[in-house]
Design a protein around this ligand. Structure first.
Ligand code: SF4
Length: 317
């Protein structure tokens, strides 16, 4: 598996896909997602999408060149006649740098709008600014989820070296909220002993609020064997060597080596405390710790059809 940290630029490759809408189920909740790219140039050390089937995840970005055509074909098929909503995207950032070259996310969004499909975009990129007008004309049926982990630039440069500076992200978010587009901030992951303390969380919530965001949520870091190897390096580089033992003995309670590709969550009491901390800070600020209802306008009489369950999002990304 590639290391997340390098100064080299990734290689872009094109490939064709046979199918683009994928179903997922998390804790009994069902959803649909599309991923116009495979791999991601944002290079987050904690990334959950670095699976064994994509060993060069950070360094070789595949652009699914026929993605918009395949999406349109699938939407027109009987199977996807009544789509509630689509997540863009679950295993890559659809507005990563490759989008400047290929524009595949934009093409997919045009298709979703053409067929009246509500969507929600997860990103931590400024490149989405290019499509502000596109999203604005569809603002009743879309919302944007900004994944922000920290406002500390030293930490961001280390844990997410391919992402833009956080100040510039908040400026872009403000442009979207000013344009009337519903934006949420997803503080995911909250990283134990690095970004989950009240000061950090307060900073992210505060700056999100100032950028016009009214919805916030988050989730605590989960570990997997490859993520743990990267996290150990991150903790050492941040001079938090003692935290390595604390992760193993107190917060996650596991023995090395971790079983390959198994997820390990923090112990319940630690997770509850971290999420309670986020909840209190958000409520103090007058923000909503929830996920907006994407179908509020397209299905005015339905309380049942939420775009996706908040729990699902918390656990999925
Ligand atoms: S932006 Fe998302 S998909 Fe890309 S590296 Fe970061 S966590 Fe992974």
């Amino acid at each position: 598996m590639d290391t997340w940290y390098t100064k080299q630029s990734p290689i872009f490759k094109e490939k064709e896909c046979k199918s683009v809408i994928h179903e997922f189920t998390v804790k009994g909740h069902k959803g649909l997602t599309i991923n116009p790219y495979q791999g991601c140039g944002h290079r987050c050390g904690y990334c959950y999408a670095t699976y064994e089937w994509s060993p060069e995840f950070y360094n070789r970005i595949y652009a699914k060149s026929n993605v918009a055509g395949v999406l349109e074909k699938q939407i027109k098929s009987r199977k996807y006649q009544n789509i509630d909503s689509v997540m863009i995207s679950s295993a890559t950032d659809a507005y990563q740098p490759a989008e400047v070259k290929y524009g595949l996310t934009r093409k997919c969004i045009e298709v979703l709008q053409k067929y009246n499909v509500p969507y929600y975009v997860f990103t931590k990129s400024k490149i989405i600014e290019r499509d502000l007008k596109l999203h604005q004309r569809y603002k009743d049926k879309c919302f944007l989820v900004w994944s922000i982990t920290t406002t500390d630039e030293n930490i961001r440069r280390l844990i997410e070296p391919g992402t833009p500076p956080v100040n510039s992200i908040f400026n872009v978010i403000k442009r979207f909220t000013d344009a009337g587009i519903c934006c949420c901030v997803n503080i995911d992951p909250l990283i134990p002993l690095i970004t989950d303390d009240p000061y950090h969380v307060h900073e992210v919530v505060d700056r999100s609020y100032n950028a016009g965001v009214r919805y916030v949520f988050g989730a605590l870091l989960r570990l997997r064997s490859d993520i743990w190897e990267r996290m150990k390096i991150i903790l050492k580089l941040l001079h938090l060597e003692k935290a390595i033992e604390e992760y193993k003995n107190t917060i996650y309670r596991f023995e090395e080596p971790l079983k390959l590709w198994c997820n390990v969550g923090a112990i319940k009491s630690y997770e509850t405390r971290s999420l309670q901390n986020l909840r209190e800070i958000a409520i103090q600020k007058g923000m909503i710790l929830d996920f907006p209802d994407i179908n509020r306008n397209s299905r005015p009489n339905s309380n049942k059809h939420r775009g996706v369950d908040q729990e699902l999002i918390l656990k999925y990304l």
